[in-house]
Design a protein around this ligand. Structure first.
Ligand code: UGA
Length: 345
């Protein structure tokens, strides 16, 4: 099998490509604007990488959609600070560029594996979010945070419609706060503060001994999923035994790993302070509260809780997440300490 991964250097892309190359005989064709997370892949003769931008290298992409069996367009902006500050860039990349790839899959009859997002459920009030039943609830237009959710939701709907009217073979998957090594670049430079997702944000603050900032009190909850669990599920989806996953949407998350952002801050601080690599620190981050309008800007609105139903993934795919929250946080922290400590010391 030949798999095309656009955005192969990203958090999901690099980890997935490495697993495919180590566990299967499949070939991976990948494009990305960078290759700094691809050490585990670049030496393999089944890994074919081109450095480039999906907005520019259209011919390469069309040729490889034609050549490959499974197409995974993983290029997207996925940080809430950018949704608020640069909503048009989010729309252009996450929606417009990806729509072009979806259309190529339709044109060449290829199987599309599309990364939807937990964010499409928005402020849904269901206790657990169900792929086929839960309503998708977004805030007003002036709250620009929702442009990412709305872009992804419309693509989900367009993909579904292509499946319904033109026979597109697709599977959409919705990661719920996946964390792990190589999540985001750390903001070791204070000017970049506020531009990554919460776990990397907190680790950056801890490494700089700057305050960890809880937005609006930090009582909002998320279910954090370890990357290896997510990748294990994606491997089964790619394999698509008996074509069972065509036309399906799957949440991929760990409902047992629910925590408030405040719990997360305290856990990460405890693990950081107790780690031998941080013995030389004389001052550790304090944990403070900030208002969301000061942290993100006026266009931000939060999601108070977000628990995935993984009934479908359990029953249809036979998948179960295994890594508990503390282990997931320790492994993530360990990676960043290993790879960045020298830069800070
Ligand atoms: C994320 C992003 O939209 C995407 O990466 C992705 O599609 C999706 O969720 C997912 O991974 O499931 P969110 O969970 O809101 O959205 O993003 P984070 O930046 O990780 O923030 C989580 C929570 O921590 C939010 O309530 C935020 O306000 C809070 N936060 C963030 C803080 O309290 N302090 C910070 O320094 C950063």
């Amino acid at each position: 099998m030949k798999i095309l991964i656009l955005g192969v250097n990203g958090f999901i892309g690099n980890s997935l490509a490495a697993r495919i190359l180590s566990d299967t005989e499949w070939e991976v064709y990948g494009m990305d604007i960078r290759n700094d997370k691809l050490d585990a892949c670049l030496g393999s003769d089944r890994f074919h990488f081109v450095e480039g931008d999906i907005g520019i290298n259209k011919e390469w992409i069309e040729y490889h959609v034609k050549k490959c069996d499974v197409i995974m367009p993983l290029v997207a902006i996925a940080t809430p600070a950018t949704y608020v500050r640069e909503p048009l860039r989010v729309f252009e990349l996450d929606f417009e560029e990806n729509l072009a790839i979806v259309r190529l899959c339709v044109k060449y009859g290829k199987r599309l594996l599309f990364p939807s997002t937990s964010e499409v459920y928005g402020m849904c009030t269901d206790r657990e979010f169900d792929e086929d039943e839960s309503p998708l609830i977004l805030g007003p237009i002036r709250m620009q945070r929702w442009i990412y959710s709305a872009s992804k939701q419309l693509l989900d709907r367009v993909i579904w419609a292509y499946g319904f009217q033109r026979g597109l073979k697709f599977t959409c998957f919705r990661p719920f706060n996946w964390i792990g090594p190589k999540l985001d670049e750390l903001a070791l430079d204070p000017e970049k503060e506020g531009s990554s997702r919460v776990v990397t944000q907190f680790i950056s603050s801890l490494m700089r001994s700057d305050p960890i900032r809880l937005v609006d009190g930090g009582l909002q909850r998320r279910c954090f999923t370890y990357i290896d669990d997510g990748i294990a599920c994606l491997m089964k989806i790619i394999e698509n035994k008996d074509n069972k996953f065509n036309g399906e949407i799957f949440n991929i998350g760990n409902p047992a790993n629910e925590a408030t952002v405040k719990d997360l801050a305290h856990k990460l601080k405890e693990f950081f302070v107790g780690h031998p690599a941080t013995k030389h620190y004389t001052k550790h981050s304090e944990i403070i509260e900030v208002y969301s309008k000061d942290f993100y800007g006026e266009g931000y609105q939060d999601i108070d809780f977000r628990v995935p139903s993984i009934r479908k993934a359990r029953e249809l795919i036979g998948w179960e997440p295994k890594v508990d929250l503390d282990t997931a946080l320790r492994k993530t922290l360990e990676y960043y300490l290993d790879s960045n400590m020298k830069a800070v010391c």
